[in-house]
Write a protein that binds this ligand. Sequence first.
Ligand code: NDP
Length: 598
Amino acid sequence: MTTAAVIDKKALLAKYIAERDKRLRADGNAQYLEVKGNLAHYLEDPYTPRVERAPKTDHVTFAFVGGGFAGLVTGARLVEAGVTDVRIIEKGGDFGGTWYWNRYPGAQCDTASMIYMPLLEETGHMPTEKYAHAPEILEQCQRIGKQYGLYENALFHTEVEDLRWDAANSRWVIKTNRGDEFTASFIGLGTGPLHVPKLPGIPGIETFRGHSFHTSRWDYDYTGGDPKGAKMEKLADKRVAIIGTGATSVQAVPHLAKACKQLFVVQRTPSSVDVRANKPIDPEWFAEIATPGWQKRWLENFTANQAGGNAEEDLVMDGWTDLSRRIRAKISQLPREGLTPQKMLAAYEDSDFEKMEEIRARAEAIVKDRETAENLKAWYRQLCKRPCFHDAYLQAFNEPSTTLIDTDGQGVERITEKGFVVAGVEYEVDCIIYASGFEVGTEYKRRAGFEVTGVGGQTLSEAWAEGMKSKHGIHVLGFPNAFFVQPTQGANLISNVPHNLTESGRTIALTVKHALDVGAKEVEVTPEAQKAWVDLLLTGAGRMMGAPDCTPGYYNNEGQSPGPAAKYNVGYPQGATAFFKYIEDWRTSGQFEGLNFR
Ligand code: NDP
């Protein structure tokens, strides 16, 4: 194992900076194309035919925008609390959110299924693998939808276009692209952070005459195979390029490498790819551990290992908890006397350098071609970009079909009628697959597709013009009876997002139930309570991910200053474990301190 003692940290940091500088570009987020106009076909749903239906003009108690995990868990908790007319509005053709769209071969969760898949205990489902594949996760979404009766009221292939508070009647008016105009006493918003596919702004992209698609709209009609991993036999005579080497590409490439006549993996920045070690879950073992309350225990244990807890054991034992274990081990080696924040930070850095050296050594050990192995090494700190875990990605570059086209941080120069150009060389291909990710840094309205207009006609974009302001990441002043389901300004636990969502679902269900029980028509955070919460958040250490010295990506706003608003994109200062404890106490106290029921 590499140790801090033999790492030349100064040289390494200089290399990191040089690699970052190579990639910095003035256009930041503007380098990507918004998928619309003559590119709009990249958004079409290849999975479910659209069904005509009459517009809705009725009233429901709760309308939720987004049919992914956020909508499903909130819907489930509302139903448990007795609120049964919940209408979920979803742009896809079924529930699932990210797992509806992302059916690319090899798609799989990166956080252990036992804690990643929501409501396992409630639905009685045992995950089949430590890291379940996408079809099983989609089935779990459908299972939740069925079990809680959420299908009956759901509107699929429907996009919200406007959400407006009707103060006179204490309710929300919802308009959609299907001509619906209905009302709801309460609304929930869970549109997720990564659902609008983006395309790289490569000159000539619209001139390509071959076939092309984005990974979140996988064209199995063209490739053959299926999301369950059947071989994509129609690619046997095809030359294919996949552009992008992020978490999606890392999972898809091994399958493409086995199927294509020729595969070009076009890389701008390598991902860090650590060991996956997936394995089936043993039903006997599961039966033993799955005693009442098991998923909550597992969730809390993972979070304690990750974020501010004092976990003695590590139930999940995955790449994420490994990272945290190493950091804690380093810090615990420091003499207690004179333990300063600077020394702790240095220990954290040492453990990061070591980990990244190991990951680079892994590329060298697995990939046979020396130049390819060198080019696959990631030169940045681990949390600069999304860490990846895979046991067949690096190996795919040993397949005779597969060639890494490294662009030395510059990206693809041009797309032509016949293929793509890197460093002046044209590569002819039949198909280009864009593994180019999703919009993150663009403005809320563009990503959501609608504006939320609250009290006095104030829009959410206006309310958050200087940064997000909320209580618990759920309630926003000026937007009564509206609930946001997402991690920021709450636990902010990025390594297991569903934990944040299931907790918010519980909180919202109890809040709504309380409003109905006491006959309140409106519930809204008070100005004092929102201010106090935001002030508390700002006492924390700030953001850990995507430091300015990182190579550009969506974690650090493509290397550009995120602006003053970014300081609000934080979580509870005491960490996720403390937040979950706090919020459980808050909602079960029955006081709903900081909210005004009227
Ligand atoms: P990413 O945004 O992570 O990756 C996009 C890729 O496209 C990058 O490699 C990027 O390079 C590359 N790229 C962009 N522009 C160009 C260009 N002009 N020329 C060449 N390459 C280019 O998208 P993903 O879909 O891979 O992942 C998005 C997120 O979704 C992940 O970070 C993760 O949060 C989530 N995800 C989770 C999974 C899981 O949990 N199992 C699986 C897959 C995704 P560069 O790095 O230089 O910008």
